[in-house]
Write a protein that binds this ligand. Structure first.
Ligand code: ATP
Ligand code: CA
Ligand code: CA
Length: 429
């Protein structure tokens, strides 16, 4: 999967779905947000708010372009989570729904999930299976407790959990989360690291041919990459990772990874890979003509986006840089500055042995948290274990998975404990 998207316009196969998702969010979230704040209670973790939209319009919901049903899960919990993650409520809604524009990530992976970016690239909507949805609800309380106790967690931030039901009965569950990558920086290399080796290599020939490929553990090792951190930042990173992994182990989760994007300050943004990142504003794609009722806030954001779009159209790199270098990043970086691992230009900057800043910025976090070690996975462990090294396949029990993940990541930090890396990898130096 590559982080470029296709703009969804009217006529796109998923336009109706996008319209319904965004309409549901717009109404559901603003309704909850309008109420007086109150402390959470147990029932909030299992609460569901239902909305019915139709083209005729109803007493309680505005007219919509299509008939559909929308469910908002644990709305009060997510409201509190968003607040905890320093998201401004109005800003959140504006990013997602002030215009009905999302871009869709190319072909979905083997999990079948679809990924959508908000138009400003700050948020990702991921469609998930019913099982995953139920699982997130089951662990929501622990997750909530954990992020409150760990304000600097590296785990994915979840901002909302919803469901759209189409008239013929199809149900689509989706979660809204943070995009780890910033809109205003080229990401020079992307890795998805698990700490296992089998099947963990992206073909280098293919990687050379296209920028933005998501590389894996073996590419990382073969290219001799390290997370360059001095003693201070290394200790902070290891401590947080340990705490996050302990939660995932306790919740019986596996198959997650550390997603890490590298930005080399010396190389800067001159390659303009951001044009890929910002394909939301694809020049050749027609813009949506008919806009649904909008939340009115004719703010700077609007103008920036359209100026940016125009700049892309004219392919004027100077105007594009001026735009991207100004308004867009400010907004994005603003909530990130509260978090240790996201406070340097939206990421975590490298340091040397004397803790002095280096030239790399890491955009990193632990993603894909909805796979519990179920009987299916257990079967995979046994089956694959028969033919391959039992400890090097992705699918191992959560305790072992977490330990291996943690050990591996500690071993790839500069000055980290290389002896933690399994010898059989052959990259232990
Ligand atoms: P699978 O289960 O097959 O691994 P999946 O559909 O569950 O796939 P993820 O592993 O969650 O998908 O994510 C796939 C890719 O999407 C990641 O490798 C990354 O490139 C991108 N991605 C996922 N989450 C984020 C995020 N929060 N920020 C930026 N990119 C992300
Ligand atoms: Ca994954
Ligand atoms: Ca997955």
């Amino acid at each position: 999967k590559v982080l470029v998207g296709n703009l969804i316009g009217e006529g796109h196969a998923n336009y109706v779905l996008m319209y319904n998702m965004l309409t549901g969010i717009r109404i559901g979230v603003s309704r909850c947000q309008a109420k007086m704040k109150r402390p959470l209670c147990d029932a909030d973790f299992t609460a569901k708010h239902k909305f019915t939209f139709d083209i005729i319009g109803r007493e309680l919901t505005p007219t919509a372009k299509y008939d559909f049903k929308f469910k908002d899960y644990a709305p009060w919990v997510f409201r509190e989570l968003r607040e905890h993650f320093h998201l401004d409520a109005a800003d959140y809604l504006l990013s997602l729904t002030s215009k009905y524009i999302l871009s869709e990530l190319g072909s979905p992976g083997k999990s079948g999930s679809f990924f959508y970016f908000s138009r400003d690239y700050r948020f990702i909507i991921k469609t998930i299976r019913h099982q995953e949805h139920k699982f997130l609800l089951r662990i929501l309380k622990d997750y909530h407790e954990h992020v409150k106790a760990n304000p600097h967690t590296l785990l994915s931030r979840f901002y909302g959990l919803h469901r759209v039901k189409l008239p013929h009965g199809r149900k689509i569950h989706f979660v809204i989360m943070n995009n780890l990558f910033p809109p205003h920086r080229d990401i020079h290399e992307t890795y998805d690291l698990k700490g296992s080796s089998i099947g963990r290599e992206y073909p280098e020939e293919k990687a050379a041919a296209k920028s933005g490929a998501v590389l894996k553990d073996l590419n990382w090792l073969k290219r001799g990459r390290e997370i360059e951190l001095g003693p201070e930042k290394r200790a902070l990173f290891e401590a947080q990772l340990q705490s996050d992994v302990a939660l995932l182990q306790r919740l019986n989760i596996m198959d997650y990874s550390l997603l890490i994007g590298l930005h080399d300050i010396r190389r800067g943004n001159k390659d303009n890979l951001r044009q890929d990142n910002l394909r939301v504003f694809q020049p050749e794609t027609k813009e949506l003509k008919r806009q649904p009722t909008q939340i009115k806030r004719p703010g700077a954001g609007e103008q920036d986006a359209s100026a940016l779009r125009q700049a892309v159209r004219r392919s004027d790199p100077k105007a594009l840089n001026a735009q991207q270098g100004s308004k867009l990043p400010d907004r994005d970086v603003s909530e990130r500055r509260h978090f240790l691992f996201y406070q340097d230009e939206g990421g975590f900057r490298s340091t040397d042995e004397n803790n002095q800043p280096g030239s790399m910025i890491y955009y990193l976090g632990v993603i894909d948290l909805f796979t519990p070690y179920t009987s299916v996975k257990r079967g995979e462990t046994i089956w694959k274990g028969l033919t391959q090294n039992r400890h090097m396949i992705s699918s191992v029990p959560p305790k072992e998975y977490g330990q291996r993940f943690f050990d591996f990541l500690c071993s790839v930090v500069t000055g980290g404990d290389k002896s933690r890396r399994p010898k059989m990898w052959g990259f232990t130096e």
